[in-house]
Design a protein around this ligand. Structure first.
Ligand code: SAM
Length: 294
């Protein structure tokens, strides 16, 4: 097991300890590593439990390392992977290293074709495919089958990998595999809900990014807004990241919520702008300690 240099820092914000730790161990579409570097600025200074209903690779969670957290996602394989690392990280790590050392096209397509029943084996398969697939993604089709071709990477172990540290970070976490609404409805006064849903990408509301076998529809965006408005009435801190697109801003033109546009100059290219993609916006019911576009 490689050891990461002890670079994780710590900052105290009026009593709330905010931890900065390793990068997420998964590659995930829409991952928020870039936003997580600003975690302290965009989180409430003090909060109770941390809820993240669209956790993906958990970039914000790993940056904040809150003391009490409930993390959830609709992806069963993703949540199983976290739970297996939580249970015994070394078994999962050894399995991943074994695949990584023997990585080849034949192994990749063999593993892709298997559907292991044992939960530990499923987690190892998930991690291997996540790292070895084209563009490093884990994406399934409508029938729930992983169908991404092999990527070009031959080195699948990262210099910063430290599954022991990951398991320590997630030791007390309550993981759920569920739709976002039930999780948001659970948050109580003083808790903090961070939502990073699949983004809307088209003016006409029909172009939605696909993550799993289901689309995140416009009615899901409305359902999410309604759940966050209910959370606001219970005095929950709510923070949402989304594409800075007029339909989304319109949706959150409700009492108690404000928008802070963010630009990702380093990430959004001229090509992306030409394709008509949008910047990002943070929507919150408490003041953020950022000045808008970087
Ligand atoms: C933009 S990604 C989150 C990325 C994450 N913030 C990160 O840093 O990696 C959106 C996530 O929402 C999940 N998702 C999609 N529909 C959902 C739903 N109805 N309820 C809960 N999660 C959902 C997807 O599986 C995906 O992991």
């Amino acid at each position: 097991m490689r050891r990461r240099p002890p670079s994780a820092g710590r900052q105290s914000l009026s009593g709330t300890r905010v931890w900065y730790t390793s990068a997420p161990f998964l590659k995930w579409p829409g991952g928020k590593r870039w936003l997580a570097t600003r975690a302290a600025e965009i989180s409430p200074v003090r909060f109770g439990r941390y809820y993240e209903p669209f956790v993906g690779s958990g970039a914000m969670f790993f940056a904040l390392r809150p003391r009490a957290a409930v993390l959830s996602d609709v992806s069963e394989e993703l949540i199983n992977c976290y739970q297996q690392i939580q249970e015994d990280w070394s078994i999962i790590w050894d399995g991943l290293v074994d695949y990584a050392l023997n990585h080849s096209g034949a192994l990749y397509y063999n593993v892709r074709a298997t559907e292991p029943r044992e939960r530990g084996d499923r987690a190892i398969r998930f991690l291997y495919l996540n790292r070895a697939s084209f563009n490093g993604i884990y994406r399934v089709n409508r029938s729930g089958k992983f169908n991404v071709p092999k990527g070009s990477k031959s080195v699948l172990i990262y210099p910063y990998d430290n599954f022991q540290e990951v398991s320590e970070a997630i030791a007390g976490v309550d993981f759920r595999c569920s739709d976002f609404e039930a999780l948001i409805d659970e948050a109580r006064e003083g808790d903090f809900v961070f939502c990073d849903p699949p983004y809307s990408v088209a003016h006409n509301r029909n172009g939605f990014i696909k993550y799993n076998d289901k689309l995140f529809s416009w009615s899901d965006q409305i359902r999410l807004r309604d759940a966050l408005v209910r959370a606001h009435t219970r005095h929950v801190f709510a923070l949402l990241s989304n594409a800075d697109f007029p339909g989304i801003r319109e949706l959150y033109r409700v009492k108690g919520f404000g928008c802070t546009p963010l630009s990702r100059r380093s990430v959004i290219s001229a090509k992306a702008a030409a394709r008509g993609t949008y910047g990002e916006v943070l929507i919150s019911n408490y003041p953020l300690r950022v000045d808008g576009p970087e």
